[in-house]
Design a protein around this ligand. Sequence first.
Ligand code: ATP
Length: 343
Amino acid sequence: MDKPVRIALIPGDGVGPEVMAEALPCLAWAEARGRHLEAVRFPFGADHCLRTGDTLPDSSYCDLRDQFDAILFGAVGDPRLPDGRHAEAILLRLRQGLELTVNFRPCAPFLAGSRTGLDLEVFRENTEGPYCLQGSTEPGRAVDLAIHTEPAVRRLLVAAFRRAETLCRPLTLAHKANVLKHGHGLWLRVFEDLRTEYPGVSARGMHADALLCALVQAPTTFAVIAADNYLGDLISDLCAAFIGGMGVAPSLSWAPHRPYRCSVLAEPVHGSAPDIAGKGLANPVGMMLSTALLFRHLDWEPEARDLEGAVSGALANGAKTRDLGGTLSTVAMGMAIRDRLPS
Ligand code: ATP
């Protein structure tokens, strides 16, 4: 028998464990269809931190990095730890440490409802920019460094160019190189290089402010959007609004150059949503679609397609949680989706 795909489960905080509980039976379903996997749960999050003082100990980080193939992640963030340090020590450390440069956030057309024709994907750099957490607060002055390195920028843009080439659809780079001359100047230079390497791709750069305006006015004119960490975060949350909001948007992060065994992490776009945590109100769709993205990344295309089909079928049949205007609980929504999975 082939070696199992080892998947680390980190449900995390807030609604993370609630939505993760709805995705886990999908792993068991894939296993029942013959996929060989081993899932191991890790306790990292606010409760664990408050109980033990540990965020993500070095030994566990190395275990995740070297002994696992993939991570399925819920969300981190808890009002009892308001400075967010534990979230940084867990999620940002995994993104940066594992060099998960590419964060892929599709706006799936089957979720777009009345906005027919909307079908776009955001490629967000996931490890650098102003989110590198370097800076200082001094009296009367605060500094956040934004670091952009050519290898990471190139990896992100190559992934976006390849995707646009595969889809035969246009690529747009969001930038502010007119003001951020150094960092975004680097993005533009690498972008121009790649335009010559991928002559078949229709690629243009756009100032991010103009792009946001055009995105609201004519979202169907965009196909693949590439951006740095900060702009990609904002643009992809706006795109989530086109398909029903934070609860339904999936994401997958990966390291195209595979520096470690663990080179992929699936997580919903949303955070820990403390305002609705523990009330059965969270929509599990973003988490379940992230699981489908992971299946596709593992080359389990039939399972990815069936899970996406089950989500779209359930939604088309009127299954909705409160954020989508319905009344179903997290568990009932998860069941409505799983009931549509073929055996
Ligand atoms: P982060 O910065 O960690 O991504 P955030 O500040 O963007 O977090 P979220 O936790 O994503 O905030 O919550 C933003 C809003 O979206 C909240 O009103 C929350 O209730 C809602 N929300 C988030 N996740 C879900 C979900 N799964 N189902 C329904 N509503 C959600």
